[in-house]
Structures are given as C-alpha cells and as structure tokens.
Design a protein around this ligand. Sequence first.
Ligand SMILES: [Zn+2]
Length: 572
Amino acid sequence: MKHFIHIALLTSTLFGTQQGLMAAPAKAADTIFYGGPIVTVNAKNEEVQALAVKDGKIAAVGKKAVVLKDWQSDATKMVDLQGQTLMPGFVEPHIHILMTALTEELWLNLSNFSAQYDTLETLSQKLKAHLKTLPKGQWLGAFGVDPSRTNPFMAELTADILDQVSTDVPIMVINQSGHIAYVNHKALELAGINDKTPNPGDGGIYMKDAQGRLTGVVVEPTAILSLVKKMPPPSEADIMRAMQKTAKYIASKGVTTSAEITLGLMLGLENELKLFKAITHSEDFPLRVRAYLYGPLLGKGFNAIKPNDGDDRLRFVGIKFVSDGSTQGLTAALSEPYLYPRGTHFRGNLDYKDDEIYALTKPLFDQGWQIATHANGDRTIEQTLNTYSKLLTGNSDPKARRLRIEHFTINTPEQVKKAAQLGVIPGFTIGHVDYWGEAFHNHIVGPERASRIDPSASFKKEGARFTYHSDSPVSNVGPLNYITEGAGRLWQKAPRKVLGPSERVSIDDAIRAVTIDAAYGMFSDDKIGSLEVGKQADLVVLEKNPRKTPVDQIRNIKVKSTWIDGKQQTWQ
Ligand SMILES: [Zn+2]
C-alpha cells in the first residue's frame, strides 16, 4: 500500500511539472470543499482540511494545500465551508418511508413528542375538528395516538369512545407504535368483522372484552391491514406528492440514504415496487433507498427479486419480519410479565411459533438474503437469536451474513453476547430512552429492565456494531437527535433522569451508528457512510461540529445542505 501511495505521489509531481502548459490539471476536481472541519468517520475518526469530488465520487481527502495543488483547476467549483462542518451524509437504517408519507401527509397526524401529553378529551376534540374537513365517503384516518404518553397513563381509545366522534363515518386511528389500531363500530362493520370473526394469523388479533365483544382495539399488522384495505385508496398523484414531501423532510435532517424497511406492507408488493422504482429515479427525490421486502408477502419459492438487485438509487438488500409488537404498547413478548396493569401475568405475544419463523426465513436465507427481524421483547430476541443460530449452523463466516435484529429493546446481557458472537447487528429505536424512558422505568417494566434498553455500550464492549434509527413514523427522523439520545440517554418527562448511565456511548460511537455502521447494516459500507477516496460523494454540511458540541446540544445543530454523488439536493 505504501508503495502505491509513493508512486501516486510521484506521478502527480511529474504531471505537476507539465501542468503549466495545460489549461487544467489532468486530475481536475468538479468540486472541492474546504474551510471547515471535515469529519471523515474513517477507521481512525480523522478530521481533514479538504475534500475533492470528481464524477460523483470522493477523489481526495487531506491537507488543504495538497488537495488544492493536485485537484484544483479553473473549472473546479470551490465550496468554502466558512467554519461549518462537512460529514458523510447520514444513513437511516429503519424508516417506513411510504407509511410515514401516508400517515403523516394524507391522514390526520396526532403524533405528539412534546412534554404536553394528550388526554382522551383532547384527542376526541382533534378527531371531531378533522371530521368537519373530511369529504363525503372518506374514512377518518389518523396516526400517532400513544396511551403510554397520555394523561392519565394508558388512557386508551375504544370503539365506544370513537362512536362518540362519529357513528356514520368509519374511523381508523393507528397507535404511534404502528402495532395497534383503534376503530369505531362503523369501521368494523364495513370490514365485515364481528364478534365471531377469527383472528387473521401472523399474530394479528381483534381484541375482545370479558364478554367476548370486540373492543375496537386491533393488534399487529395483519389485523390492522384487514381494515386499512377497506379504506378508499389515495390517488397515485396524492401518494407521489406525499412521498416527495416525506423524502425531502428526511433529507432536511441530513439523511442521504434511507431504508424502506417494509416494502409492500401498505399497498402490496407489486404496487410498491412500481412506486419506488419510479420515484427513486425521478429528478427530485433527495434520497438513495435500501429496500427490505416485507417477508409475509413473499410466497413459497419467491425469486422475482434477488439479493442486491437494483442500482445505487434503489437497491434490494433484505427481507423484514415482524415477530412481536410494541413494548410501550404492552404487546412485545417478554420473559417476565409487564408491571402494568399492576399484578398482571401478561407477558405479550410472539407473532410466530419457533418452527414457523424458521420455516419462513430459511428459504430466503438460503437464497442469500439478509434477514431483519423486529424483536422488541427479550422473549422475542431469544427466539430470533435461536432462529439465526440455526440458520447460521455450518456457516464458516456467520458475521458475513450481517443478520439484523430491529429494536432489541428489552434484553439480557447473555443475549447481547450471543448476538455479538453471531455477528448480529442490532438497530436501536434510540428515541425509546427519550420519549418512553420514563414510562418504561416507572410503569411498564421497572428500573432494572428499563435501564438496559437499547444496550449500545454493551455491544461496543463486545466489539460489535450497532445502529440508530427513528422507525419513522414511530419516532421522528433526525440522526443528530439520535446522537444526543445515544450519548446522553436522558428521558424527556420531568423530572428528567439518565436511563441506564452505563449504556451511554461516546459521541464518536453514536456518530458511527448513524453513518458507517448504519451503512454496514445495509451492505453499503463499501460505497457510503464515511468520507474516503473512491466512495460516493454523499455529504451533509452542518452548522457546527458535533464532536465539539455538548451532548445535549447536538440535536439542535442546524443541517445546512445535503449532497448525493457530489450534487446538492433540494428540500423545497
Ligand atoms: Zn419499524
């Protein structure tokens, strides 16, 4: 390697002497960034003074004098950072882009991440106000109610309460977690669901009271989708507009590559493939997408798409399964009971039996697919690790398969060790510690289990990688926010406390969880995630350097611009 650099330097000097006769140096860059810290996120976490881009790729990083001498020509666009910081564009490994677009842009958005919690009364008022604006024949769709963040704790909508909003208009309100929905009796009637209707499989439940009557609470994707499918679908133009808006919002948070973590879930596989192929290749879409197909949609022998199919705008990297519900929704599968309601023996539900999830994942794993399994509870994490262990049996290099566990929320130290040994990459919804930390600690699982959620430092100690994500629409997008949350672990509700101080990580480690390690988790670290020669010039310009900013202030740093293939993206 040393010889190589030596020869490269020598040639550049030789060319340098000839350059006086030419209009531009042989290696003229399209763009050079300089004038502010350039955080490379390379193996040594180095900062450099200048970065040159040519043909959409990073051509040089290093000392300003050297990069300018070798790469500047009259045609080179010079970008003076004026003290601002250049970093690799952020990588978001777990977003439901389409679900965010539909629920936040086309439905009533009830998400509330402020410290002022809603009550059943304020929620009903918001629904009633929205009802007045609704065209005839429409369902009232809403997203983002969260009983674990209401006053009082766990105040929950039911069919009876929603009937007070309307008995004529069908109402569908999805919980912030995406794993629970609340519907009125009109919606149940239009969907043909009555007290005798069997549950729809894959963990879906139509909840009933002690008398066996439907409560209007519906649990897990198959049950929720059986109602969503009865809603008149939005027009293609509305979907495209919502997708564009959502993508620009995600980009405005500094993201240049995002997962679509459940492709096919909302509109069916064929429709969503068409949509994503078109939109990711349109002029005005400021994200690369790494797609995970939603596993339960894929029939036996599925091979229409192969691992790594696609291109740099839209690539298919994995298959996603959902194996339990939401911890704050009290549906994730735990090994010990929830602490709420007091005295309960309820431990949540696994969506699959052990042999079912193995049978579903095995043929896809054998085709070479990366498997990403949603597992919030420690009982589900245990099942997933056992499944992965079985899948990886006889594999000479298990780490190369980069199997993922999404959320990895309630866990044990043994599970962290086992996951690290198997090369499993956990992806943490790190907003859990912030928005739900107090609820986990004081109500849902108690201090001991709560302090271990999202065990970033434990994975670091095992020499393993971990990633941070929003799971949008579950929590709001913002990698700078995740850095504050991962390095600080302060919960939002007063009096604020640090949840599990020993699981805090350094700012540098938190940065890696939203750049290079997130890219690694999507088999994309060869092209993105750090600023190194040969990689795609995917960049973010920040007002300040997060490495030199107090942890609690990092989330407030302004994102100034994002660049893909060396081209500045527009967010308007
Ligand atoms: Zn998710």
